[in-house]
Design a protein around this ligand. Sequence first.
Ligand code: SF4
Length: 478
Amino acid sequence: MNKTAMQTNVIQANDAPAITPDMLQKYDVAGPRYTSYPTADRFVEAFTENAYLQALEQRRMTGANLPLSIYVHIPFCESLCFFCACNKIVTKHHERSAEYLTYLRHEIALHLEHLAPKDIYKAPTISQLHLGGGSPTFFSDSELSELMAMLKENFIFAEGGEYSIEVDPRTVNDARLAHLASLGFNRLSFGVQDFDEQVQKAVHRIQPESQVFSLVETARRLGFDSVNVDLIYGLPKQSPASFTRTLAQIVSLKPDRVALYAYAHLPERFKPQRRIDTYALPEAADKIAMLSNAISTLMSAGYVYVGMDHFALPEDDLAVAKRQGRLHRNFQGYSTQPDCDLISLGVSAIGRVGNTYSQNAKTIEEYYDALKQNRLPIVRGLALSRDDLVRRAVIMAIMCQGELQYEAIELAYMIDFKSYFANELVMLKEQEATGMVELDDEGLLVTDTGWFFVRAIAMVFDRYLQTDRNRARFSKII
Ligand code: SF4
């Protein structure tokens, strides 16, 4: 498809499409976020530690020199946010971190035995590190230093890599941010959600706006490459008017990136959410108004819509990568780093090595037990079939580049695109009619409007969803 003939495929402030409430309503369906394909709910227990070790072995034989990405899950939080859907352990006992670090050290050592035995291979290089949780800043400064030291003992950190950490504003001050900078982190992500006091009370997460403003200012002074702020709409006590005030504050804060998530109220799946007063949740029409307003406010303020839920200032790496077609997607969302194997450490963490996905034990007891027995704590995963690989390439091209050249897929996977995806191309016709995609003989292009519903476009190619009508476990697109 000739992109220049049609459009730039990068949405900027001046050409923001008109997203009407009707459109938002129509495409408010439940669906995956495609941080992976197949999605994690397709992982099976038949994928064991042995299968994972084989994948590591294969990597060593074929691609040992390619940089790695590392994710470390730190599950502890001091207090419970009622909207939480993460794997976390709420505790005031900070001594639990020291024990957890001991197990992380052991897990790293086990990985290294298979990734690159020290007497034979040099330490693997990493170009991406993300600390998530839970709250990574539950760790004290010295515990974070210890964690980084153990990673640096075992891996070489590439120059210019993305080294990021999720920061709970309630757990840090200027000195702690300076410490994070000294450890080599170059990206911070602050969980803000909403500045409104009533909303903060309703979700049990009080963090004054002035504190966030001061921390972001300090982060800038310290030279962090990028500061992200997470927002959530659809929380209890939120209204279009209150969220408009929060958005105005965000615009004046001017973080490099904004992630704007829809709150998915699934109390039957996530126990903390049972503490949310259902009657205080905004109506669907109000949620749609909040999203619609957020899109226009952020784009009028100069943000580029990078892709699902993500906005960035035009000079931020993510926006630049989007313009240059270098955007990638992994379990942490969008990334500027090329697709690489992801080694995941810690309870419940999900990794990707070669054509496999794998997940660690979801409870800390199980996680510790496996490591005590000198086993990697893998409890499930998936070896991707050939069909999975073809569809993953298609879905990631849609989610990241917003376009698909049929020929590229045909050459890479030796298929005839139009016959392989005959049914999907018929389904896409409806989306073409509503202006979400443009189709021609050579490919597919996601339109400016379609970008806001990119999940729905990707879902057309998800083979598992085609046979699965029970989508209640997924969050709504909006
Ligand atoms: S939202 Fe974050 S800080 Fe709050 S309980 Fe969940 S993991 Fe912890």
